[in-house]
Design a protein around this ligand. Structure first.
Ligand code: ATP
Ligand code: MG
Length: 330
């Protein structure tokens, strides 16, 4: 089993990113050979500030390490330092069809009505994603619902390439949906997901929030006036209450039912401080490690460089085979 997954280097990482994605990666690195990369090439598909991109790449790498990614176990790197991603992407552009990309809902959403003004990279984004995973013969790719369609496309591209060039080169990657990955909702609106791009700071707990800010945001989180029920079914039409109990369960590494078994009958006046204590106990060490790591950015860059060296070695044979298959190499 080999797992490959990427994340765009943007700022503002929050509790939803941690519990929904990063914590799953941390668990995964011990179960499978894992490659985790910062998708800085993907970041170029929209307008960026170059200095911010460079800083965000280091900060995101430091965040992953602070959250528990062990760069001696997993291979942690940034995409741009492994040129084979871009090289294989170009080869796959001959295989991918316009019609396939035109059907991608993310393209339709992100380009909106301004297709003529969108970057070409935004359109071919899923081809680079296909290269990202096919390059390493990934067997499994952790994906949220929004990325399923892109993984399906990667499988189509791999199948057509293998067929067109009569090779058994690319492994078809399977989606890996972590059964434990929760979806964390906004603290201000139980029907919207917690998100980096929500203009309200109070809607999310950032991984760099101080203890006081964490406690304050949870104290002010939207709730209802009912006490907690004894089991999960009792939260069915109480999205805000369900979210806070879900956050508790995810942080504690337990089930919603077991949290409710311990807190049934409690109002939020009692439950919120308990949740704040738990959140602070888990997030403060991450924040402190992150702060220390960012004191020495050169050391973080060195971690990425080591990861890129390992990734380049793994990528080389597949790129060479793809070049041979297409007649670019003998
Ligand atoms: P944006 O609003 O810009 O899309 P985001 O907060 O959704 O930002 P992404 O960078 O899109 O963050 O996602 C990074 C990872 O975090 C993805 O694996 C995504 O599925 C996961 N993730 C994002 N938000 C949540 C959430 N609220 N709950 C659980 N997982 C989440
Ligand atoms: Mg998102």
């Amino acid at each position: 089993m080999r797992v490959v997954s990427g994340i765009q280097p943007t700022g503002n990482l929050h509790l939803g990113n941690y519990l929904g994605a990063i914590k799953q990666w941390v668990a995964m690195q011990h179960q499978a050979e894992s490659l985790f990369f910062l998708a800085d090439l993907h970041a170029l598909t929209v307008a960026i500030d170059p200095r911010e991109l460079a800083a965000n790449t280091i900060e995101m790498a430091a965040t992953l390490v602070a959250c528990g990614i062990d760069p001696d176990t997993a291979i942690l790197f940034n995409q741009a330092r492994v040129p084979a991603h871009a090289e294989l992407c170009w080869l796959l552009q001959g295989t991918a069809r316009m019609g396939w990309l035109n059907r991608m809902t993310q393209w339709k959403d992100k380009a909106g009505k301004n297709r003529e003004g969108a970057s070409v990279g935004l359109f071919t984004y899923p081809v680079l994603q296909a290269a990202d995973v096919l390059l390493y013969q990934a067997t499994h790719v952790p994906v949220g619902d929004d990325q399923r369609q892109h993984l399906e496309l990667a499988r189509d591209i791999a199948t057509k390439f293998n067929l067109d060039f009569d090779v058994a080169l690319f492994t078809l990657p399977e989606p890996y949906i972590s059964p434990a990955a929760p979806r964390i909702m906004s603290l201000r609106d139980g029907s919207a997901k917690m998100s980096k791009s929500d203009p309200s700071e109070a809607s999310r707990i950032a991984l760099i929030d101080s203890d006081d800010v964490i406690a304050q945001k949870l104290r002010k989180a939207k709730t209802d006036a009912e006490p907690l029920p004894g089991e999960a079914a009792g939260l069915a039409d109480r999205p805000e209450a369900r979210n806070l109990v879900g956050i508790f369960a995810a942080l504690a590494g337990t089930s919603v039912d077991s949290v409710l078994a311990d807190h049934a009958g409690q109002g939020f006046g009692a439950f919120k401080p308990a949740l704040a204590d738990l959140a602070i106990a888990q997030l403060a060490p991450i924040r402190d490690r992150l702060t220390r790591l960012l004191d020495d950015r050169a050391a973080v860059a060195a971690i990425l460089e080591r990861g890129a060296e390992r990734a380049r070695a793994l990528a080389a044979p597949t790129l060479l085979e793809a070049q041979r298959a297409t007649g670019l190499q003998v």
